[in-house]
Design a protein around this ligand. Structure first.
Ligand code: ZN
Ligand code: ZN
Length: 180
């Protein structure tokens, strides 16, 4: 298959590489859409990311596609399903995971390789963070799931609420203050 391989600082090559083989619990996805986020740009400029990617490595991590093949034991997904596979999954065992702060997980598993014809999705992500795309959602929109989830989680954590022009909205700011 054709894939983008990151070798280091601003060193990205389009190459022919073997299609990944799926093992037990894993899924092979045929990529339909791959996005580029700020982290991809940062990693490209720096040539590495301490926790997320160690070059040389397949690059890109936000994608949506179609299930091409499922590994042994995968029951929730079948060939032909439209899916979005997120770029990471928490361990569910460390201190932070046990406190439901999975975003701080000490052993977050990352997956890269979205800039390619196919991507292998590791078992932990298949089980925790791979979703079936509803018929009314495009691949483009579905690929935004993880970045959008980060925004929504951030908004939720701040406790901010939308302001509406109705008279009842006057109570919103004081409610917010009193809850702190
Ligand atoms: Zn990203
Ligand atoms: Zn954890």
């Amino acid at each position: 298959m054709t894939a983008a391989v990151l070798y280091g600082k601003e060193d990205l090559k389009i190459e022919r590489v073997p299609i990944p083989r799926v093992e037990k619990g894993e899924v092979l996805v045929k990529v339909q859409v791959a996005l580029t986020c700020g982290t991809d740009l940062k990693v490209y400029q720096r040539g590495y990311h301490a926790r997320m990617i160690v070059p040389p490595a397949l690059f890109g991590h936000e994608l949506a596609g179609v299930v091409e093949e499922v590994g042994e034991g995968v029951l929730s997904f079948k060939k032909g399903m439209k899916v979005v596979a997120l770029n990471s999954a928490p361990c569910q065992m460390c201190f932070y995971c046990s406190k439901h702060q999975e975003n701080l997980c000490e052993d977050l598993l990352f997956n890269n390789g979205a800039y390619a014809e196919y991507i292998r999705v590791p078992r932990r992500i298949v089980e925790a963070n791979m979703l079936i795309i509803p018929p009314n959602v495009s691949f483009e929109d579905a690929a935004m799931t993880e970045p959008l989830a980060c925004v929504l989680r951030g908004l939720h954590e701040t406790g901010v609420e939308s302001a509406t022009p109705s008279p009842s909205s006057a109570a919103v700011p004081s409610d917010l203050c009193s809850s702190r």
